[in-house]
Design a protein around this ligand. Sequence first.
Ligand SMILES: [Zn+2]
Length: 95
Amino acid sequence: MTPPVDCLNNIDELPITNDEKRSIYKQWARSENSGPYPDECRDLTCGAKTRAGTPCKQKAIYSNGRCKFHGGLSTGPRTAEGKAKSAANGFKKIP
Ligand SMILES: [Zn+2]
C-alpha cells in the first residue's frame, strides 16, 4: 500500500537507499577523526545476497560496508612501505 500524497509532501528528505547509506558509512569509517556516527547510517545492514537469496541482516559492519561473513579477504598491503614490511616477515632482522 502506498502512503497518501500529502503524507509524502511532508517529508523533507527522501529516504536514501541502503547502498547510499553504505557509501556514507564507508567514507565515515575510513576517515580518521570524522566525528560522530552518521545518523543516516543508524540502521545500516550488510545487505549482501545470502545463499537463501535474501539480503543479509547483520548490523555489525566493518569499514568495507559488509559484515564479517560478506566482507571478503584482505587484499594485502597497498603502499610500498607496507609491501616491504610484509616481504620482510619471517626473516631474522639483523640490527
Ligand atoms: Zn552480511
